[in-house]
Design a protein around this ligand. Structure first.
Ligand code: GAP
Length: 447
């Protein structure tokens, strides 16, 4: 949606707006915070919910080959032994011998400490899974892991879902949920954190059809971002080099976005082959296979896995939408306007109702319009009533938080039963009869 040069967006300005307007707060801020951990405020909660809803709508509800799942974060630790995470879900950790800072070796360009230039230790493998204990005794038999991906919850439920939903291949299981990784280094605001949310699909296919279906998923996933307004020129698809591939993958493509610091992964689309279903079959002794009636044969399906970070999607939408532009003023001059050009499906507030003033003659009609818009089927989301400060300041506030439409109720409204609709991006205003508001909002919000 935004044509602005997103790579020049100042992250500090974005983080400050995010805090001031209630998108994102530092976690436990009153205690000094906790490293790279963030809370989503009232607008951030709406933004995240809209992202997840838009994803679920496109990839589950609008397709006939998908079903959903909501599996638990804690699982039998055997799951993580079978999946290879206990042995292989590691990053190479190095320590600075001088200042003791810790780094991920594969993120370093040189063999010295980026902070003090000191010599580094040899790399050792650091497992990223968070460990905890189940029950009152903390010993080896009570160890459990916080899931580092939601995928394993899907694999171990393969048979349950197959039997209960009676899906035939190819079909997919989608899941959105929290994941935890004890990352060695974090940063880039909400880009790399230790607690985050993922939107994952395990798409089960007949072996041999996997490569073509993998290609189709890459295109479908890319289209999800561009359909929601993310600038095409700031997106790219990058194949993993052989030495980057996860222990389970035959091929992986990352969708990357051009962030202020450079290209960053926002989604991975992997061909996981039959690695996981076979690994769980072997370890659990419970065969996770598929019987194909037409060919009268039983086999282990291959899996194509699109896996997208919710927080990275939020970061992408915010960076891409953040725009500073010169806007005309009433007196004929111009002034700087900060506007978050979010797609209406993602915008945290869909419509703001702004009475021209708190005059007692205006308020009842403004509240009536507010009630009407909130209960309108045309507005699928949060509607705000905003009567604080001058109308100009209120428009600026709504522009900054990305509200696509503002409705102003003024003294003329009392006579003509009409209101003014202001479009966020063009700033054009149109007079619309209140009786026709539903249809007008529906038309404008479903772009
Ligand atoms: N099940 C496959 C899987 O977990 P991944 O590429 O490791 O694949 C999927 O992670 C997505 O999760 C990434 O593309 C990214 O969007 C998000 N993600 C991964 N680590 C993250 C972190 N530390 N903070 C925020 N998001 C993260």
């Amino acid at each position: 949606m935004s044509d602005s040069n997103a790579s020049t967006v100042d992250l500090d300005a974005l983080a400050s707006l995010a805090k001031r307007r209630g998108f994102i707060f530092q976690s436990s801020e009153i205690y000094g915070g906790i490293a790279s951990t963030w809370d989503y405020g009232p607008l951030g909660a709406e933004l995240k919910r809209n992202i997840k809803d838009a994803w679920w709508r496109k990839f589950v509800w609008e397709r006939d080959d998908m079903v959903g799942l909501d599996s638990s974060i804690l699982m039998n630790p055997e799951v993580w032994r079978a999946s290879g995470h206990v042995d292989s879900f590691t990053d190479p950790l190095v320590d600075c011998r001088e200042c003791r800072q810790r780094w991920r070796e594969d993120h370093l360009e040189e063999r010295n400490c980026p902070d003090c230039g000191g010599a580094l230790t040899e790399a050792r493998n650091f497992n990223l899974m968070f460990k905890t204990f189940i029950g009152p005794v903390e010993d080896d038999t009570s160890v459990a892991f916080l899931r580092p991906e939601t995928a394993q919850g899907i694999f171990v439920n393969f048979e349950n879902v197959l039997n209960s939903s009676r899906k035939r291949l190819p079909f997919g299981i989608a899941q959105i949920g929290k994941a935890f990784r004890n990352e060695i280094t974090t940063g880039g605001f909400i880009f790399r954190t230790r607690e985050f949310e993922i939107m994952e699909i395990e798409y089960f296919v007949e072996p041999g059809t996997d490569e073509e279906i993998h290609e189709q998923w890459i295109q479908d996933c890319l289209a999800w971002y561009t359909d929601l307004g993310v600038s095409k020129k700031r997106l790219r698809v990058r194949p993993h080099d052989a030495d980057e591939l996860s222990h389970y993958a035959k091929a992986t493509y990352d969708i990357e976005y051009l962030f202020p610091w450079g290209w960053g992964e926002i989604q991975g689309i992997a061909n996981r082959t039959d690695f996981d279903l076979k690994a769980h079959s072997e370890r659990s002794g419970h065969g996770l296979t598929y019987f194909d009636q037409p060919s009268n044969s039983r086999f282990t399906p291959y899996v194509v896995e699109p896996s997208a970070g919710v927080d990275r999607a939020a970061m992408t939408f915010l960076v891409d939408a953040y725009t500073e532009e010169e806007a005309p003023t009433a007196s004929g001059g111009t002034q700087k306007r900060v506007v978050m050009k979010l797609h209406p499906a993602i915008a945290p507030v869909k419509v703001a109702i702004l009475p021209l003033s708190r005059n007692e003659r205006l308020v009842p009609l403004a509240r009536e319009v507010y009630d009407k818009v909130r209960s309108s089927g045309a507005v699928d989301g949060f509607v705000q009533y905003d009567d604080a400060q001058s109308i100009g300041r209120r428009y600026r506030r709504q522009d900054e938080i990305g509200t696509p439409l503002c409705i102003t109720v003024d003294f003329e409204s009392l006579d003509d039963n009409a209101v003014t609709i202001r479009d966020r991006d063009t700033m054009e205003q149109a007079r619309i009869p209140i009786a026709l508001l539903d249809a007008e909002l529906g038309k404008r919000l479903r772009v």
